[in-house]
Structure formats: structure tokens, C-alpha cells
Design a protein around this ligand. Structure first.
Ligand code: SF4
Ligand code: SF4
Length: 312
């Protein structure tokens, strides 16, 4: 299955004909079709944050375990914006393919798999701030679904595949990735720390949760009283918050309020830590000098005794 979505923000392809929600396609996929599973034997599936969330829950894993065991990293742009794809075996088959039984995570399959053979495109007119959603049709030789006698509207197909649930949870993330990609040098290459934060907030939601619930975070950002309790248990709420937070980190769009003087306090704390470390280093060196002096003193006396040979 070719990754049909990268044209959204992930990579630019030759611009295909853009279909609209009311466009119609001829296509049907079912278990008795001659090509059943052919698409899953050659996969290139880019994952969005909500895909990871659904798959890690489905597999009973933490996001850290899922990302480690079932994905491979790639760069989404020249600035090293991190993306992840579903891992395959050596032949290119998806690890979620359970032989003839088909996809073993079907109800929670990623967005790319749901849309296929459609691809979601985000097109932005030159002077427009928002992207319009369009669709393109991907025709691959191994797929016989186009020969099936069924015509269906794009909107109906999206509803049949439950694409909207996934798009609703990923849409803001697509927008911010698109913004990052189209901003180019205006935004510049984010520092490594921001790229690591992007990875964690986008794909490793369980680590991001620990980060958000940490004492440091609470001392830095001012959030509503019920925020901690909500994000402790609600993955979707945490994901929505991660998009806001990333906009703040990447584009300086402040929507997460910082505690007044938090940074000044951090600077003071850091200065105190540095001062304490410096003092410890001075004391360590002083102690080493003292030891050397003490050893050097004994050694000198021994040397004198050997040369003199007359001392009692
Ligand atoms: S997740 Fe399922 S539908 Fe998607 S490529 Fe893998 S096996 Fe196929
Ligand atoms: S019809 Fe296309 S999408 Fe369906 S199993 Fe065959 S190759 Fe895959």
C-alpha cells in the first residue's frame, strides 16, 4: 500500500487531480477479491499522532513501546522534522498483516489505510491562511478494486471508512506540519530540543504525559485546576493540548499561559545550582591539593632520610 497521504504535508508529489467531497469514484474492496492483502504486502504508511494513539491502545502497549517496536523514523522536511512510518518485514509487508486473515488491527488501522485508494490533500491557496481539504485517487497495478462495479461518492467513502474520526483528531497537527513546511526559512531550522519535543508530543504521548505532569512543567505553565486530572487519564485531551503546545514551541503562538517570572525563577535556580557546583569543584580541588601536599611532605622527608642516612 503506497502512502497516499504524504502529499498533505509530508512530501510534495506531482499535483494530481484534486477530487472534492462530492466527486465520485469506482471502487470496492472486500475479502473475496483476488488481490486481497496485496496492498498490505508492500506498505509505506506514514503515521499521524492519533494513528499512534489508536494502535498503541489496540496492541496494549505504551506509546514508547509501540514507536520502538512497530515504527521507523524518517524526516518530513529538510529541517529534520521527525516523522514515523509503520515498520515492515524484509519483504515490505506490514507487521500488522496476519497472513490470510488480513489486518489484525483493522478497526484501529491508520488513516492512510482507511483512505486508500484515496489520498487526503491539504491545499492552501496563495494568500490564504487555512488549508482546504481535497482528495486524490491512487491507482496501483496490484489493486483490482477499481474493476468492482460500485460507484461511490468521496464523502460516502470517507464515512464508510470512518475517516472523519481520525481527521478530526489529526487535523490541527496536519495544519501545524503544513505551516512548518511552508514557512521555510521564515521560521528557520528549529533547535534540536524543539525537534525532540515535536517527536515526543506527536508520537510518544505517554512520555509527553509524564512531562506535562512533572513538577517543572507545573512551575512553568499556568493551567486550569482540572487540567492535570484530565490529561492524566484522557489521551485525546492530552493530544489536543500537545498541538497547542507545539504551536507555542515552533511558532511562538502563545496559548499556554506561562507562570509570571517562571523563567526568571528558573534562571535564578540554575544560577544557584551552578554556584553550588562551582563551590563543590573548588572544594574537591582544594582537598586534592591538600592530599598531594600531605603525601608530598612525607615523600620529601623520606627522600631526605635516604640521602642523608644519618637521621635517627
Ligand atoms: S495496518 Fe493493516 S491495513 Fe494498514 S497496511 Fe498494515 S495490515 Fe494493511
Ligand atoms: S482491492 Fe486494493 S485495497 Fe483492496 S485488498 Fe485489493 S489491493 Fe488492497
Amino acid at each position: 500500500m503506497t502512502d497516499t497521504r504524504p502529499a498533505i504535508p509530508f512530501r510534495s508529489a506531482v499535483m494530481p487531480e484534486a477530487l472534492r467531497a462530492d466527486s465520485r469514484i469506482q471502487f470496492r474492496c472486500h475479502k473475496d477479491i483476488s488481490c486481497f492483502n496485496a496492498c498490505c504486502k508492500q506498505t509505506d504508511v506514514t503515521l499521524a499522532p492519533y494513528d499512534v494513539l489508536r494502535l498503541k491502545r489496540r496492541l496494549g502497549l505504551t506509546s514508547t513501546e509501540f514507536v520502538r517496536d512497530f515504527t521507523v523514523p524518517f524526516q518530513m522536511d529538510g529541517d529534520g522534522l521527525p516523522g514515523i512510518k509503520l515498520k515492515t518485514d524484509e519483504s515490505g509487508a506490514c507487521l500488522q498483516l496476519a497472513g490470510d486473515a488480513g489486518c489484525c488491527v483493522y478497526e484501529d488501522r491508520p488513516t492512510v489505510c482507511r483512505y486508500y485508494p484515496l489520498a487526503l490533500l491539504a491545499l492552501r491557496e496563495k494568500d490564504s491562511a487555512t488549508a482546504e481539504e481535497r482528495y486524490s485517487l491512487v491507482k496501483e497495478d496490484h489493486c483490482r478494486g477499481y474493476e468492482e462495479p460500485r460507484e461511490i461518492g468521496v464523502a460516502e467513502y470517507r464515512a464508510e471508512q470512518d475517516c472523519e474520526t481520525f481527521d478530526a483528531m489529526n487535523r490541527e497537527w496536519y495544519q501545524l506540519v503544513l505551516k512548518k513546511k511552508s514557512a521555510g526559512p521564515a521560521v528557520g531550522r528549529p533547535p534540536q530540543a524543539s525537534l525532540r519535543l515535536f517527536f515526543m508530543a506527536s508520537y510518544d504521548i505517554d512520555t509527553f504525559r509524564r512531562f506535562v505532569l512533572s513538577e517543572n512543567f507545573r512551575q512553568t505553565y499556568s493551567l486550569p485546576d482540572d487540567f492535570q486530572a484530565e490529561v492524566e487519564t484522557d489521551d485525546e485531551a492530552l493530544l489536543s493540548f500537545s498541538y497547542r503546545f507545539l504551536r507555542q514551541v515552533l511558532f511562538g503562538e502563545h496559548s499556554v499561559q506561562e507562570v509570571a517570572d517562571a523563567w526568571d525563577q528558573r534562571v535564578v535556580q540554575r544560577q544557584e545550582v551552578w554556584a553550588a557546583r562551582k563551590q563543590m569543584e573548588i572544594e574537591r580541588r582544594q582537598a586534592a591539593e591538600d592530599r598531594k601536599y600531605a603525601e608530598g611532605g612525607d615523600g620529601a622527608r623520606g627522600d631526605f632520610m635516604m640521602r642523608c642516612g644519618t637521621c635517627p
